[in-house]
Design a protein. Structure first.
Length: 320
């Protein structure tokens, strides 16, 4: 039987699976547990949306890569990603490299793309001294708790994501980093096959637009989930002073590094986005990282973010 611990809040997100004395500090012990209790662990993942596998010593790039192959299958690249991170090899990346004083809003990885990872794995190589939690929220509950008018507006009108990717210098990510290539031809082909509208600009930058649903159906549970990043893409996600500075610099939101509208191009009222943020905030659950922790997240059932932190923090990420 699984050694199930208690989550650090009154909600079971994430559900903690403890190593126990026999498997303490042993990645091999985790793999043996998964082999013998796979059906139970998979059922818990679908029920809770995230498992915190604690005490097995998953704290290096090499160990993470080896464990992920068993628990999740082949690792994916971060192609079409919109957050700054470094590729370390073997399907392992650094977590988003925003300055530590900033909060990263909760999101389902690559929900704006035509393809997204089914699972996201995080391992803790260095635990932060203060803060730095990876907050989680259940995408099923978010959808259920949204006001009817907000939910219906997004479901019926969908979301258009707009990104202006510079060609090597400027604000935000470059198209080279976003698509992990220096080839314009490869990028154009990727966009064509993935239903992404791409426009190359005279200054070497790339403008891409993607119209996607605001919700999706989970392929295993059949549940409808809130699955979009409109609130994160829209510049109102920034503090007011930064939002106003960006608007003064670019003149219009659609010229900023990224923004979001409804699928027909009409603006999303900030009040609706604030209702989304409020609901996500009320559903947010926290746990404190310990070195060697491995967090396994069903990317459709649960969204994740990052709290501000102080001191060193090293969280590695792999997607499958």
């Amino acid at each position: 039987m699984l050694d199930i611990g208690q989550p650090e809040s009154t909600q079971s997100l994430p559900l903690i699976v403890s190593a126990g004395a026999q498997s303490a500090g042993s990645p091999e012990g985790l793999l043996e547990r998964y082999a013998s209790e796979r059906e139970s662990m998979e059922a818990h993942l679908l029920q809770h949306g995230a498992l915190l596998l604690r005490g097995f010593g998953i704290d290096t790039q090499e160990i993470l890569s080896r464990v992920v192959r068993v628990l999740g299958g082949e690792a994916l690249g971060y192609i079409d990603g919109n957050s700054p991170r470094r590729k370390l090899g073997s399907g392992v990346y650094t977590s988003t490299e925003y300055p530590p004083e900033f909060f990263i809003s909760l999101h389902n990885e690559l929900s704006y793309s035509s393809r997204w990872p089914s699972r996201v794995f995080f391992c803790c190589a260095i635990a932060p001294q203060e803060g730095g939690q990876t907050p989680l929220a259940d995408s099923r509950r978010i959808l259920q708790r949204l006001p009817d008018d907000v939910r219906d507006a997004f479901v019926t009108r969908q979301v258009k994501y707009i990104r202006n990717l510079h060609g090597g210098s400027g604000f935000g990510p470059s198209w080279q980093a976003t698509f992990e290539t220096e080839s314009k031809e490869e990028v154009s082909e990727f966009c064509r096959t993935e239903g992404t509208e791409a426009r190359w600009n005279d200054d070497g930058s790339l403008t891409i637009t993607q119209v996607r649903p605001a919700t999706r159906i989970h392929p295993k549970t059949g549940e409808e989930v809130w699955f979009n990043q409109a609130d994160q893409f829209h510049p109102s996600t920034h503090p007011a002073v930064i939002y106003e500075s960006l608007l003064a610099l670019y003149g219009r939101e659609e010229l900023m590094p990224q923004t979001a509208t409804f699928g027909d191009g009409s603006p999303i009222e900030v009040a609706k986005l604030d209702e989304v943020r409020k609901t996500v905030g009320e559903e947010m659950r926290l746990f404190s990282w310990q070195r060697g922790d491995l967090l396994m997240v069903d990317n459709m059932l649960v969204c994740h973010g990052r709290r501000p932190f102080s001191g060193p923090r090293k969280i590695l990420v792999s997607m499958t």
